[in-house]
Design a protein around this ligand. Structure first.
Ligand SMILES: NC(=O)c1ccc[n+]([C@@H]2O[C@H](COP(=O)([O-])OP(=O)(O)OC[C@H]3O[C@@H](n4cnc5c(N)ncnc54)[C@H](OP(=O)(O)O)[C@@H]3O)[C@@H](O)[C@H]2O)c1
Length: 251
């Protein structure tokens, strides 16, 4: 048997929030392993740049502008993927926002709705739509946060939304199992991305984040790729409904 075949060859993967940070890392990591990738976020130009990088790895890539909190745009994303590639094997619900409010009293309705929209409402609808096109062996990966199980004030709505995403992962695993679709999630610790740098703008804040993990550092964005590849490949064929912590060891 030839060993030249790449691990994810023949698969079509949608990655929301694929234009930068963890989403970009996963999109390029999947492309490196032979998957065709659909890179989606609100701003098309950065998605197109990542799509070009993916094509340089020898795969097909499509950039789609999509605000995941808008269900009509979720529908367009799924329909465009299906018409371009004829199949959907992987959905990574990665797009996320973590706005800060100083207290519960100061959480505005707009902030609440937007945070729930991107982190929870979008993944629910997108997964439901994508599952209609998925065949047995397909997978969904929800990118959650350690904040969902170790919540602190200030990112209250984000933590609630991600906790909802964890629950949704368990629901998806059950509802989609008869179709042969698995659903899992990743509980991220701290990764060096734009959103982390905005939340921890100085060296002291970065050092505190690093010290929280027994590995005593913040992760590079690329360090999510191995776990994501595991969850979308046959190696995890008997794993569903699980949230895997990738956090450098936080106790
Ligand atoms: N970095 C960390 O330490 C960390 C920790 C825990 C969990 N996470 C989770 O990991 C995921 C990725 O985080 P990151 O650090 O890579 O974030 P990031 O660098 O800020 O990137 C966020 C991505 O999401 C997209 N996005 C934002 N709002 C969107 C919307 N409404 N619709 C579609 N796309 C949208 C952004 O592109 P556009 O602006 O073009 O839309 C961008 O591609 C998030 O779910 C986050 O909660 C990250």
């Amino acid at each position: 048997m030839s060993t030249d075949r790449k691990e994810l060859e023949g698969k079509v993967a949608i990655i929301t929030g694929g234009s930068k940070g963890l989403g970009r890392a996963m999109a390029l990591g999947f492309a490196e392993r032979g998957a065709d990738v659909v890179i989606a976020s609100r701003k098309l130009t950065p998605c197109e740049a990542v799509a070009r990088e993916a094509r340089r790895r020898g795969v097909r890539a499509l950039a789609v502008s999509c605000h995941v909190g808008d269900w009509a745009q979720c529908e367009t994303l799924v329909e465009r993927t299906a018409s371009e590639f004829g199949r959907i094997d992987v959905l990574v619900n990665n797009a996320g926002i973590a706005p800060v409010a100083p207290s519960m009293k100061e959480i505005s309705e707009v902030l609440f709705d937007k945070t729930i929209g991107v982190n929870l409402k979008g993944p629910l609808r997108l997964s439901a739509l994508a599952a209609e096109h998925m065949r047995p062996g397909s997978t969904i990966v929800n990118i959650s946060s350690l904040a969902s199980v170790r919540p602190t004030p200030f990112t209250t709505v984000y933590a609630c939304a991600k906790a909802g995403l964890n629950v949704l992962t368990a629901v998806m695993a059950q509802e989609f199992a008869p179709k042969g679709i698995r659903a899992n999630g990743i509980l991220c610790g701290t990764f060096s991305t734009d959103s982390f740098n905005a939340a921890a703008p100085n060296d002291e804040a970065k050092a505190i984040a690093a010290r929280a993990a027994v590995l005593n550092r913040v992760a590079d964005a690329d360090e999510i790729v191995g776990t994501a590849v595991y969850l979308v490949s046959e190696a995890s064929g008997y794993v569903t409904g699980q949230m895997i912590r990738v956090d450098g060891g936080i106790f």
